[in-house]
Write a protein that binds this ligand. Structure first.
Ligand code: GTP
Ligand code: MG
Length: 249
C-alpha cells in the first residue's frame, strides 16, 4: 500500500479542511445544486494534478468521464493562465490539455465500462512522465437518474451504482489516484427521489464515498464547501470563490 497523496485545491481554507488536500486512494463526492460549482472544482483539480508536488500537484495526468458534455477546454486555458499568473511561470495550455483525457459516457452501462478503459490507459501510462493520478466522473448519477425511473427499478439502480463505485475505488487504489465524483441535489422536491436536500443515490453513494463535500451558492462568486461525514477529519466549512482565473480563497 502506497502513502496517500494530497492534491491541492489551490484554496488555503479548503485544503486545510481536507487535511492538506484531496486524498488519493479515495473517492471524494462533490454534491450540490445546479450551478453550485461541482464542475468548476473538477476542472481546477484536472489542472492542479499536473503541477509538481511543490505547487500542490501530483505530477500526474487525469481522465475525465464526462456524462453531460460539460467539459470545457477554454475553461482549462483560463485556469492555466491563472496558475501562470499565480506562480509567475509561463505554463503552456496545450501541455495541460494534452494531459486531460476526456471520454463521453452515453449511458450508465457505457459509463461503467469506461472505468475499465481508464484502468487500461492508466496501466499504459504508469511508467510515463505523467501517470494518471486523478479520475473524475462528472456526473456520477445523471444517467442513472434518467434511466431508472419508477419504484420497481430502485434496487437495480443502487446495485449498479454500488458496483460502479467499487470499480472507481479500485482505480484509486491501483493507481494511487484521487477519484472525484459529482452528484446533483434536486432543487425541487421529487416524488421518486424524495427529500430534496439528500443527494441522489442515497445511502450507497454515501457509504462508499470516503469524503463527501456539499457545495452551495453564496454571495456572488462565493461558494460554501462543507465536509460531511469524513472518516478521519472533523466536519467543517470552507469558503471559496469561482473566478475567471480559477478557484481562489
Ligand atoms: P450542474 O452540473 O448543473 O449540477 O452544476 P455545477 O455544480 O457543476 O455548477 P458549475 O461548476 O458548472 O458552476 C457554474 C457556475 O460557475 C456559474 O454559475 C459561474 O458562477 C461559475 N463559472 C462557470 N464558468 C465560469 C467562468 O468561465 N468564469 C467565471 N468567473 N465563473 C464561471
Ligand atoms: Mg456540472
Amino acid at each position: 500500500r502506497k502513502l496517500v497523496g494530497k492534491l491541492s485545491t489551490g484554496c488555503i481554507e479548503f485544503n486545510e479542511m481536507m487535511g492538506g488536500g484531496i486524498d488519493t486512494q479515495a473517492i471524494t463526492e462533490l454534491y450540490g445544486e445546479f450551478g453550485s460549482g461541482k464542475t468548476q472544482v473538477a476542472h481546477q483539480l484536472a489542472v492542479n494534478v499536473q503541477l509538481p508536488p511543490e505547487q500542490g500537484g501530483l505530477d500526474g495526468s487525469v481522465i475525465i468521464i464526462d456524462t453531460e458534455n460539460t467539459f470545457r477546454p477554454e475553461r482549462i486555458k483560463q485556469m492555466v493562465d491563472g496558475l501562470s499568473e499565480k506562480y509567475g511561470v509561463e505554463y503552456d495550455h496545450e501541455e495541460f490539455l494534452k494531459n486531460i483525457r476526456v471520454a463521453r459516457a452515453f449511458n450508465s452501462n457505457h459509463q461503467i465500462l469506461l472505468v475499465d478503459s481508464a484502468l487500461e490507459l492508466a496501466n499504459e501510462l504508469k511508467n510515463s512522465e505523467k501517470p494518471v493520478r486523478l479520475l473524475i466522473v462528472d456526473s456520477l448519477t445523471a444517467h442513472f437518474r434518467a434511466e431508472y425511473i419508477g419504484r420497481g427499478t430502485l434496487a437495480d439502480r443502487q446495485q449498479k451504482l454500488n458496483k460502479h463505485l467499487h470499480g472507481l475505488q479500485r482505480f484509486g487504489d491501483l493507481n494511487n489516484a484521487s477519484v472525484i465524483v459529482t452528484n446533483q441535489v434536486m432543487s425541487k422536491p421529487d416524488a421518486f427521489f424524495g427529500d430534496p436536500t439528500k443527494p441522489i443515490g442515497g445511502h450507497i453513494v454515501g457509504h462508499t464515498a470516503t469524503f463527501r463535500l456539499y457545495l452551495r451558492k453564496s454571495k456572488g462568486d462565493k461558494r460554501i464547501v462543507r465536509l460531511v461525514d469524513s472518516p478521519n477529519l472533523p466536519d467543517g466549512e470552507a469558503i471559496i470563490s469561482v473566478t475567471t482565473p480559477g478557484l481562489r480563497d
